[in-house]
Design a protein around this ligand. Structure first.
Ligand code: ASP
Length: 435
């Protein structure tokens, strides 16, 4: 058994890295040769092989993992401490990420150095793309309702009238609340509810075992999905008029991933962050390939517990919550994208407006679901808030269409940082909630 596990772990860990590099190269070759049919086939196969099996497991896993995490904590006062510390950590890291994004984009000014022809071509294509993307148009309509609406939506998602319909609609926040409440009730129930705790704990173990099976497919699935994403758009876009914008997003994400979050971990006693990062490579590769924190969650939980040295209690609490609420990469991305769009429209934002960007980018990141392109859709919150603070609509929300064409590659990068942020939280919180 141990031999089998060792073989699997070696294959998944090494294969994931090889898959990413091979996926980037093969995707580029497919794009240059215009092999769209192969790209579509890869995309469908990757979806069937990796994304769907993970998504099938994720909702039940969120439920049992939060429940098992809470009931194993025992004393509810420990839950209070863990909860407060986790939320403070989420908020602090997201605010730092958004501030970093706003600072870098203001310094680099990717929207300022373009020729007037490039700017008008971008605006034109943006409007067209926006019109063709119904999700963005819907978001724009909802965004018109303002910040209060955005908060209210998060609150409503957190308190579902019907936890089962939240589940069937794939709304993880509502399920987490329900699992938290039930978990506390079971923990307080003593001997009368002990058997329920055992049942949910056992179900959770069974689900994690099934995740272990899916992990065999991670390298192949990651290869197919990365090839398909790159094959659709090509890497040459990094050199086009949006290249500088993309470089600022990717550079900022790299600083956050390799400098800031490791510093948080070191200072808060999370151990050697780079060794930890290396042991988390399957989850990071899955995040990059799927561009979805939710789809990655089963892998995140498994590798944190088995290889990352995180306690089950901290992992089962931080990872599910983090996958929907804690999105450092998205916060940074939203800040860069919005300031970039304002630059394109000839508006230089003052410090006060940049503060609005940082605060609302964080809110937009919290509100974004852990699925591909979610951050692009919630960007409307940030644009609307900055326009409101400027007193007129300087940038139409339709301008989001400008960045949609290059979104997938950035989504893959920011999702990797989102998941890395969740794992860092589990690692740091292991000190508060050891097994
Ligand atoms: N795709 C991201 C995630 O799942 C969210 C986003 O679009 O920023 O974490």
């Amino acid at each position: 058994m141990a031999g089998t596990l060792g073989r699997k772990e070696r294959w998944v860990a090494t294969g994931s890295i090889v898959a990413l590099v091979a996926g980037l190269l093969v995707g580029e070759v497919l794009h240059r040769n215009g092999l769209d049919g192969v790209v579509s086939a890869f995309s469908v196969a990757g979806d069937l092989m990796l994304v769907r099996p993970l998504m099938m497991l994720v909702l039940p896993l969120i439920f049992t993992s939060v429940l098992a995490g809470i009931t194993s904590l025992g004393d509810p006062s420990r839950l209070g401490r863990l909860g407060l510390a986790t939320f403070a950590y989420f908020l602090a890291t997201m605010l730092v990420a958004a501030t970093l994004g706003a600072t870098l984009v203001s310094l680099a000014g990717p929207g300022l150095g373009l020729s007037p022809e490039d700017v008008s071509a971008l605006k034109q294509s943006g409007v067209e793309r926006f019109g063709a993307a119904p999700k963005l148009a819907q978001a724009a309509a909802a965004g018109g309702e303002g910040l209060a609406y955005a908060w209210l939506k998060i609150a409503r998602d957190m308190l579902p009238a019907n936890p089962f319909s939240a589940m069937s609609e794939g709304q993880p926040l509502g399920m987490i609340t329900f699992a938290l409440v039930l978990g506390v009730a079971i923990a307080l129930g003593g001997a009368a509810t002990e058997s329920a705790a055992r049942v949910f704990g056992a179900l959770n173990d069974a689900l994690l075992r099934a995740v272990g099976w899916v992990m065999w497919i991670v390298p192949v699935g990651a290869f197919l999905l990365v090839s398909a994403s790159v094959g659709r758009v090509g890497l040459a876009q990094l050199l086009g008029p949006l290249g500088m914008y993309m470089a600022v997003v990717i550079g900022g994400l790299a600083i956050h991933m390799f400098v800031i979050l490791p510093a948080f971990q070191l200072v808060l006693g999370g151990g050697n962050p780079f060794r930890f990062m290396w042991s988390m490579r399957e989850a990071l590769a899955t995040a990059f390939a799927t561009a979805s924190s939710s789809a990655t969650l089963p892998v995140t939980i498994r590798v944190c517990e088995t290889e990352g040295g995180c306690s089950q209690r901290a992992t089962r609490f931080c990872a599910p919550l983090g996958s929907t609420l804690n999105m450092d990469g998205t916060a940074l991305y939203e800040a860069v994208a919005v300031v970039f769009l304002f630059q394109l429209y000839g508006v230089q934002l003052s410090l006060g407006e940049l503060a609005v960007v940082v605060a609302t980018a964080t809110l937009a990141a919290v509100g974004a679901a852990g699925i591909p392109s979610a951050g692009l859709v919630t960007m409307v919150i940030v644009i609307t808030a900055v326009n409101a603070s400027l007193g007129s609509e300087k940038v139409p929300v339709g301008a989001m269409g400008i960045v949609i064409g290059v979104d997938r590659l950035l989504d893959m990068c920011r999702t990797t940082v989102n998941v890395w942020g969740d794992m860092g939280a589990a690692r740091v919180m292991t000190r508060l909630a050891p097994d």
